[in-house]
Design a protein around this ligand. Structure first.
Ligand code: K1U
Ligand code: ZN
Length: 174
């Protein structure tokens, strides 16, 4: 297992659409292991492969600790996830992103979703999620499509945050 650097705004790789995985093999499982290590270290409750510069439709999620600090880990991996149903009912959650550190903003999304995906063994599965899990799954699937949570907030706030991170990146490369 290895810790991988997490890409931050405005890295253009965060805006690319990830390609479907053809076969869930040991290489994909090793990628997932690295992603879990990186996510827990950050710490975060989710991570998409594009956030570490791997443009494949793979994401990992563990919301257990965020909901109850004494809970044991509940690592979940998703390959080629697809939202097959989303509720008309919406919910608002204050989201963060490991690729946009220390910026949090409320986002409105469907309150419940059904997601089909392949698990760690390549088995076809489906999950119905609500609450934080529904929000997190939508946030991570957005990443796989090159979409960031700031795309769901006002243009003014988005432009302000992109400008701030672009300035920091310019300073770091100067
Ligand atoms: O995809 C990511 O960037 C990870 C992101 C997931 C997420 C958070 C909140 C709502 C939707 C999706 C994060 O994990 S941000 C960090 C975070 O939530 C956290 C920070 C400290 C402790 C526990 C969680
Ligand atoms: Zn994110």
């Amino acid at each position: 297992m290895a810790l991988r650097p997490i890409l931050t705004l405005p890295d253009p790789r965060l805006r690319l659409k990830c390609a479907p995985v053809a076969v869930v093999d040991d290489k994909v499982r090793a990628l997932m292991d690295d992603m879990f290590e990186t996510m827990y270290d950050a710490p975060g409750i989710g991570l998409a492969a594009s956030q570490i510069g791997v443009l494949q439709r793979v994401m990992v999620v563990d919301i257990a600790k965020r909901q109850d600090e004494s809970a044991s880990a509940n690592p979940m991996c998703f390959v080629n996830p697809e939202i097959v149903w989303a509720s008309e009912e919406l919910s608002v959650y204050e989201e963060g992103c490991l690729s946009i550190p220390e910026f949090y903003e409320e986002v409105e999304r469907p309150a419940k979703v059904q997601v089909k995906y392949l698990d760690r063994e390549g088995k076809a599965c489906e999950i119905e999620a609500d609450g934080l899990l529904a929000t997190c799954l939508q946030h991570e699937i957005d990443h796989l499509n090159g979409v960031l949570f700031i795309d769901h907030i006002s243009r003014l706030k988005r432009e302000r945050i992109v400008k701030k991170f672009s300035k920091v990146a310019r300073r770091e490369t100067a």
